[in-house]
Design a binder for this molecule. Sequence first.
Ligand SMILES: CC(=O)N[C@H](C=O)[C@@H](O)[C@H](O)[C@H](O)COP(=O)(O)O
Length: 224
Amino acid sequence: MTLFPKGGLIVSCQARADNPLHGPVFMAAMAEAAEDGGAVALRVNGGEDIAAIKAVTHLPVIGILKMFDHDPVYITPTTAAVEYVAEAGADIIAYDATFRARSKGDDPAEVLKRIHDLGKLAFADISTFEEGLAAADAGADFVATTLAGYTAETAETRTIGPDLKLVEQLSSRLSIPVIAEGRYNTPELAASGLNAGAYAVVVGTMITNPREITRSFVQGLQQG
Ligand SMILES: CC(=O)N[C@H](C=O)[C@@H](O)[C@H](O)[C@H](O)COP(=O)(O)O
């Protein structure tokens, strides 16, 4: 069971507290725009935004709770976070499934179990091939390349664009859907994620973060 069709676009509607578009009113509008534009699912952070978005769209929501006080493992790092995201109405719950040591928070196996116990699908955010295999072995329903380039181990080898090689490696090995996520900043790159074998592609910044989109244009102009 996947809840959304193969080959589709998942739009991540997230805005941190320092972003002028922070808050459920703006995120719900983003979600409606994404649905109108043809997105097949949404990725959403926090209970308020998830509930607001579930009220205005029909799309399945991949919910997360970012807890930066649990850094470096901040994406839904506890079973309590899973309960909160489920309660808010998420259909699928994404969690950090990297091998990183956790000073706080729960073991990823416990987080995964809680997601399934609550009747939700588990979306494993990983940064390496080995983490992807381990997450699939553990019973995750999706494996996503979300954290490739964002962990201490992968920062040095971070690609400027998306990590297509990782998508290719995981897709040729796993039978569960592999989701391409992270730095798919153009429609062409998103298509290349599917060509690399991804089931679907998540795009965030370049659709729902006008401040970053503006910065990329300004930079383009400065570079002439
Ligand atoms: C690393 C991390 O925390 N990624 C987050 C996960 O929820 C989001 O900040 C990203 O926007 C999302 O993964 C989509 O990626 P991009 O914005 O590159 O299209």
